[in-house]
Design a protein around this ligand. Structure first.
Ligand SMILES: Cc1ncc(COP(=O)(O)O)c(C=O)c1O
Length: 401
């Protein structure tokens, strides 16, 4: 018998798939940048040919807290005193006083009994959603069609039945709820500010439906905390729904300028996730210095409504400048400004030209982050962008588009 030698290698198959991804224009490129604590949101792009200063229009460090001097001082002071890593999982010497203080600060922000930290909001979503859904017999998950990948991961991990409702469509959500047994456990998953389209959820209506049909509510406030509500408590606070939503998820990595995620809820829900959530239990806890920095950042953001107003003013200035240059963007009530190009290769050409000819950094937003045909630019103006930078962006976009 002749030996059969397979022509197909493991590496060959991977390379083929990667080549296809590139051919489709969906390959992700990772740009190394040298971030600046002094000139944020500009950064240096260093190549063999030298250094180029670029304005960043993609950062979710919305309020510039990653470079706030007091936040940096809180971080370095705590690192000097407590070292870098926590050295343990939360249950095995990884719960420091800094973790406790931060959890209390987060609970206060959302007016919930308590909060629980995770290494990211992604892990918080996947762990909290899967753990909660598995806690009840035969849970049905109702999930908005635009929910983030981390929530979808939580749904998958739960192995529970799911129904997807059309984006922000209350009639569809009610139809699905009304056709489910009243006593069957149900969890409604949604976001406050949808990260790609920038649309905002009708939180009160969702909570009313949840009450009527006996469901739990779980909101992702990752793009809402810090920027919405009188104290940065998010859109849930702005819509007076803090006591109506059962679980609030948030991040420390965007408007608070650090890293890490959390859920805030009542004692029992949090205790359950803390006791059964694998993504919480079996991983090292956040560095104590990071917790100190995040606590300082939240305290400052809570007090600084002027910073929030300045941020939203910048969003208005950006949109005004785009209108003045006749550049079409999608209308929404949030801070995320999206220009649809509708083709991944063209989007990449646009961002390449902006980068090389104008010193502007925008990342193409492609499938699967957005559906095919919805590829384009997602512009994020921060509280630190100047009017001159905004004007320069609008004029450059006009030329390139
Ligand atoms: C809506 C939404 N939820 C969750 C996350 C995850 O947040 P983190 O970066 O803290 O993991 C993101 C990240 O971009 C997001 O956009």
């Amino acid at each position: 018998m002749p030996t059969v030698v397979s022509e197909i290698t493991y590496e060959g198959q991977l390379a083929e798939k990667l080549a296809l991804l590139k051919q489709q224009g969906n390959y992700r490129y990772f740009l190394p940048i040298k971030k600046s604590a002094h000139n944020h949101p500009t950064f240096d792009h260093i190549t063999e040919g030298g250094k180029k200063t670029i304005v960043n229009w993609t950062s979710n460090d919305y309020l510039g807290m990653s470079v706030d001097t007091e936040v940096i001082a809180a971080f370095t002071d705590a690192a000097q005193q407590e070292g870098v890593g926590s050295g343990g999982t939360r249950n095995i010497s990884g719960t420091t006083t800094q973790h406790r203080t931060l959890e209390k600060t987060i609970a206060q922000l959302h007016q919930k009994q308590t909060a629980l930290l995770f290494t990211s909001a992604y892990v918080a979503n996947s762990t909290a959603i899967s753990t909660l859904a598995r806690a009840f017999p035969n849970t049905l998950i109702l999930s908005d069609e635009e929910n983030h990948a981390s929530m979808i991961e939580g749904v998958k991990l739960s192995r529970c039945e799911k129904r997807i409702f059309r984006h922000n469509d209350m009639a569809h959500l009610e139809f699905l709820l009304a056709n489910t047994d009243f006593d069957r456990p149900k969890i409604i998953l949604f976001e406050s500010v949808y990260s790609m389209s920038g649309s905002i959820a009708p939180i009160e209506s969702i909570c009313e439906l949840a009450k009527k049909y006996n469901a739990l509510t779980y909101i992702d406030e990752v793009h809402g905390v810090g920027m919405y509500g009188a104290h940065g408590e998010g859109v849930t606070g702005e819509q007076n729904c803090l006591d109506k939503v059962d679980v609030i998820n948030g991040t420390l990595a965007k408007s608070f300028g650090c890293v890490g995620g959390y859920v805030a809820a009542n004692e029992t829900i949090v205790d359950y996730i803390r006791s059964f959530g694998e993504g919480f239990i079996f991983t090292s806890s956040l560095p104590p210095a990071l917790c100190a920095a995040a606590t300082k950042s939240i305290e400052k953001v809570v007090e600084n409504d002027r910073l929030r107003q300045h941020f939203h003013q910048n969003v208005k200035i950006l949109r005004g400048s785009l209108l003045a240059e006749n550049i079409a963007f999608e209308e929404n009530a949030s801070h995320i400004t999206r220009i649809i190009i509708g083709d991944s290769k063209k989007t990449k050409e646009v961002t390449d030209r902006l980068f090389h000819d104008f010193g502007i950094y925008l990342q193409p937003i492609n499938y699967p982050t957005v559906p095919k045909g919805r590829e384009g630019l997602r512009i994020v103006v921060t509280a630190r962008h100047t009017s001159a930078q905004i004007e320069h962006l609008a004029k450059a976009l006009k030329r390139v588009l």
